[in-house]
Design a protein around this ligand. Structure first.
Ligand code: CDP
Length: 212
């Protein structure tokens, strides 16, 4: 079983992916962390974010097992990651590692921007999770405040809109739903409701078996 979950920043795809992985006994990879890992490695070693040769080298050297969510979750790292992610040489280096993860038994849930379209086009279930920019900015703001930080709502909203435009507008692997993805709009849905809706889709796919 391979589940692909795509969507924009703070759409709720990460939480959904984690819960689905736990529910069905699958491995989980947040592919955003791989782009964040490359960006952080460059920043930490004082290297530029816009040199494709250097960024590709960092991507090839990345160890998926060493990604530290706490460090990489920092808000500014996401912005740097979306700059690194537009570079065509960086993407295949990370996609190779993501595909190897997906191919390892017993199956996996991968979440990101291009899982259903590029990384795992043959996934058994594809979800495209969206929510309005205002709802997503509010979620991100609450997350930061709950973690003891302080954040400016207007700045977060602007950041989300800027990142959406960069992710959807890039030439290589832009954020878009796969033709066979199920759309899940979580603007007015709590995580439990979204999870139940996703489980129904996965259960239906499992009941149908894999004889296609
Ligand atoms: O958690 P959040 O949605 O804020 O970001 P993320 O999923 O950690 O991804 C950070 C950035 O990495 C995104 O803005 C994308 O530019 C890039 N990314 C990508 O290009 N392809 C993926 N499969 C995952 C992330």
């Amino acid at each position: 079983m391979l589940i692909a979950i795509d969507g924009p920043a703070a759409s709720g795809k990460g939480t959904l992916a984690r819960r689905l992985a736990a529910q069905y006994g699958l491995r989980h990879l947040d592919t955003g962390l791989t782009y964040r890992g490359v960006a952080k490695a460059l920043v930490d070693t004082g290297q530029p974010l816009d040199d494709e040769v250097i960024a590709e080298r960092a991507a090839r050297a990345l160890d998926l097992g060493a990604l530290d969510r706490t460090v990489l979750s920092e808000h500014g790292v996401g912005e740097a990651a979306s700059k690194v992610a537009v570079m065509p040489a960086v993407r295949p280096a990370l996609v190779d590692k993501q595909r190897a993860f997906a191919a390892t038994p017993p199956g996996a849930v991968l979440d990101g921007r291009d899982i259903g379209t590029v990384v795992c086009p043959h996934a058994d279930v594809k979800l495209y999770v969206i929510a309005s920019p205002e709802v997503r900015a509010t979620r991100r703001w609450r997350e930061i405040e709950a973690g003891g930080g302080s954040a400016d709502y207007a700045e977060i909203l602007a950041d989300i809109e800027r990142r959406d435009a960069r992710d959807m507008g890039r030439a290589d692997s832009p954020l878009r739903p796969a033709d066979d993805a199920h759309l899940l709009d979580t603007s007015e849905m709590d995580i439990e409701t979204a999870f139940q809706a996703a489980c129904k889709l996965v259960d239906a796919r499992m009941a149908a078996g894999n004889g296609d």
